[in-house]
Design a protein around this ligand. Structure first.
Ligand SMILES: *[C@@H]1O[C@H](CO)[C@@H](O)[C@H](O)[C@H]1NC(C)=O
Ligand SMILES: *[C@@H]1O[C@H](CO)[C@@H](O)[C@H](O)[C@H]1NC(C)=O
Ligand SMILES: *[C@@H]1O[C@H](CO)[C@@H](O)[C@H](O)[C@H]1NC(C)=O
Ligand SMILES: *[C@@H]1O[C@H](CO)[C@@H](O)[C@H](O)[C@H]1NC(C)=O
Ligand SMILES: *[C@@H]1O[C@H](CO)[C@@H](O)[C@H](O)[C@H]1NC(C)=O
Ligand SMILES: *[C@@H]1O[C@H](CO)[C@@H](O)[C@H](O)[C@H]1NC(C)=O
Ligand SMILES: *[C@@H]1O[C@H](CO)[C@@H](O)[C@H](O)[C@H]1NC(C)=O
Length: 439
C-alpha cells in the first residue's frame, strides 16, 4: 500500500527539484498551471457523482487541436458507471457486470477525452469544447471545461479514494501533474446564485508544462531589420535543427523562389527548407523613428506545410512596451512584468480576420502582420546598441531563438545617433520639392 502512495509524491518532489535546477518554468508566467479539480458532489447507493474541472491558469499557453487527454489510475477497483460532457476512450474489461446495464468504463487507468461542441447527447454544464482550452489572459470564459461522472464499486471507503497518477496530454507530452490533494470543498451556487453549497469532497492537482520534459525542438526563431540599414539579420542557422546538405534529402520541403514551385520528397517532411528550419519565424522591423513615437512592423510567418496555427499568440518583452502603444491589426494586452524593467505585451489575432495563421503553400506565404506605434520615453529610447530590438519573444508560449546581439542591424557608419531630426529633415525636404512642383 505504502509504495503505491508515495512514488508519485516522490516523483513530483524530484520534478520540482529538477525544475529549480534546469529552468523548466516560465519566468514570465511562474504561477501558470492547469488545475484539475475533482469534486464529489453527491453520494449514490453504490458510489458517488463527481464533477471534474480543468482550469487553464496559463496566461498565454493554450490547449490546441486535437485537444486534451486526461488519465488516471483508480486506487481500488472503481468503475465509471456513466459520464457526461466527456468520454473514456476504452470500455475496459466489464465482464463481471452481466446485467443489462453496463459501466461506461471498467478500465483501471481510463483516458478521458472531451466531446466536440456539436455533440448533442450526454452534455453537462461547461462541457464540450473539443478539448480546447484558451489561454486565461486571452479568453478566460473558454479557459476551463468540466465533465461529470458516476463512480461505483468503491470498496470500503464510502467517499472513495483519490485516483493516482494523473496524466495530462495537452495535446502532446510535457505536462507533469502533482498528486491529487484534498482541499477545502468547492462551493457551488444554488437558487440562482443566492445559496452557496459546498460539495462533499474536493481533490486538486496542478499540472505544469516544461519544454525540458516535452523534449521538443524549438519551433520558432526571430529575425530583425531596421529602416536605417538595408541588411536583414536572419534567424540563426539551425535555430530549429539543421537541414541536410544533400539537395535531394527528404527532411524538408524545397521551394524555388523564382518558380514558386515546392517539391515534397517525402510525406514526413512538413517544414520548408530554410537555413533556420523553424516552422515559425517572427520578424521585427524597426520601421520609423518619429519625434515622440516610433513604429515597428511585426510579422509572423508559417513555414509548416502541415499546420494552421489557430488562436496563435505572440509575447514580446521589450523596454518600449512600458509606454503606451497602439497595435493596428492584432489584439494586444499588457501583461504583469514581475519585477522586470521591461514591458511585456501579448499579441493575438482578430477573430475572422487573422486569428488563424495559415500554412504556406505554392500560392502563398502564410503570414500575419501588424504595425505597432509606440510612445517614446525620452529617458530610455535610443536607436543605438540594438535597444529597439526585442529582448525575448514567445510564439504560443514557446521561446523563439533570438539572433546573437553582435549580429543585430548596425547603425550606418558615422552616425552614432539617428534621431528623429533626420526624419524631420527629410520631411521638410519632400515638402520643399512638393512646393517646387506646385509652383
Ligand atoms: C495554479 O495556478 C493558480 C492561479 O495562478 C495558483 O493560485 C495556484 O497556486 C497554482 N498552483 C500551483 C500548484 O502552482
Ligand atoms: C448518454 O446518455 C444516454 C441517455 O441519456 C445513456 O444511455 C448513455 O449511457 C450515456 N452515455 C454515457 C457515455 O454515459
Ligand atoms: C476480464 O476479467 C475477468 C475477471 O473479472 C477475467 O476472467 C477475464 O479473463 C478478463 N478478460 C480479459 C479479456 O482480460
Ligand atoms: C503511472 O502512469 C505511467 C504512464 O501511464 C505508468 O507507466 C505507471 O506504471 C503508472 N504508475 C502507477 C503507480 O500506476
Ligand atoms: C547560414 O547558412 C548559409 C547557407 O545555408 C550560409 O551562406 C551562411 O553563411 C550561414 N550563416 C552563418 C552565420 O553561418
Ligand atoms: C489550412 O487552412 C487552409 C485554408 O483554410 C486549408 O485549405 C488547409 O487544408 C488547412 N490545412 C491544414 C493542415 O489543416
Ligand atoms: C497612456 O495613454 C493614456 C490615455 O491616452 C494616458 O492617460 C496615460 O497617461 C498614458 N500613459 C503613459 C505612460 O504615457
Amino acid at each position: 500500500m505504502v509504495h503505491r502512495i508515495y512514488p508519485p509524491i516522490l516523483k513530483w518532489t524530484l520534478f520540482i527539484a529538477l525544475c529549480t535546477l534546469s529552468d523548466c518554468y516560465d519566468p514570465l508566467d511562474p504561477n501558470g498551471n492547469i488545475t484539475v479539480t475533482f469534486d464529489i458532489y453527491q453520494r449514490t447507493d453504490n458510489g458517488y457523482l463527481a464533477r471534474v474541472t480543468l482550469q487553464n491558469y496559463y496566461l498565454y499557453r493554450h490547449i490546441d487541436k486535437p485537444g486534451w487527454k486526461l488519465g488516471w489510475t483508480w486506487a481500488n477497483n472503481e468503475v465509471i458507471w456513466s459520464m457526461s460532457g466527456a468520454i473514456a476512450t476504452h470500455g475496459g474489461n466489464c465482464s463481471s457486470y452481466s446485467g443489462s446495464e453496463r459501466p461506461h468504463s471498467c478500465k483501471k487507468d481510463p483516458i478521458i477525452v472531451d466531446l466536440s461542441p456539436d455533440d448533442s447527447q450526454n452534455r453537462s454544464e461547461h462541457c464540450c469544447r473539443g478539448g480546447l482550452l484558451s489561454a486565461s489572459s486571452i479568453d478566460p470564459s473558454n479557459a476551463f471545461s468540466s465533465f461529470e461522472l458516476e463512480v461505483r464499486n468503491l470498496g470500503d471507503n464510502p467517499l472513495g479514494q483519490a485516483p493516482n497518477n494523473l496524466t495530462l496530454m495537452a495535446p502532446g507530452p510535457g505536462y507533469t501533474c502533482s498528486p491529487f490533494l484534498e482541499t477545502n470543498p468547492s462551493v457551488s451556487l444554488d437558487f440562482g446564485g443566492l445559496r452557496q453549497v459546498p460539495v462533499l469532497r474536493t481533490w486538486k492537482s496542478a499540472c505544469v508544462y516544461s519544454s525540458f520534459v516535452a523534449n521538443t525542438l524549438p519551433v520558432c526563431c526571430v529575425s530583425l531589420s531596421s529602416f536605417y540599414n538595408p541588411s536583414i539579420t536572419s534567424c540563426r542557422n539551425c535555430s530549429c535543427g539543421c537541414r541536410e546538405a544533400d539537395e535531394n534529402a527528404a527532411s524538408c520541403i524545397r521551394c524555388t523562389l523564382t518558380t514558386q514551385i515546392c517539391v515534397i520528397y517525402s510525406k514526413t517532411a512538413t517544414v520548408e527548407c530554410t537555413d533556420h528550419m523553424c516552422p515559425v519565424r517572427v520578424h521585427w522591423h524597426f520601421k520609423n523613428n518619429y519625434m515622440n513615437q516610433w513604429r515597428v512592423k511585426l510579422t509572423i510567418s508559417n513555414y509548416n506545410y502541415n499546420k494552421n496555427y489557430s488562436n496563435w499568440n505572440v509575447l514580446v518583452q521589450h523596454p518600449g512596451f512600458t509606454q503606451n502603444a497602439t497595435t493596428y491589426s492584432f489584439n494586444s494586452a499588457k501583461l504583469p512584468t514581475l519585477g522586470l524593467q521591461d514591458g511585456v505585451s501579448l499579441f493575438w489575432g482578430i477573430d475572422y480576420y487573422n486569428s488563424e495563421l495559415l500554412h504556406s503553400d505554392e500560392n502563398r506565404v502564410g503570414l500575419v502582420t501588424t504595425e505597432i506605434l509606440l510612445d517614446k520615453d525620452p529617458n530610455s529610447f535610443t536607436v543605438s546598441n540594438g535597444w529597439a530590438f526585442p529582448r525575448r519573444i514567445y510564439f504560443n508560449s514557446e521561446n523563439c531563438e533570438m539572433p546573437l546581439p553582435d549580429t543585430f542591424p548596425m547603425l550606418p557608419n558615422g552616425s552614432s545617433s539617428l534621431g528623429p531630426t533626420h526624419c524631420a529633415f527629410s520631411l521638410s525636404f519632400i515638402l520643399f520639392f512638393l512646393a517646387l512642383l506646385l509652383l
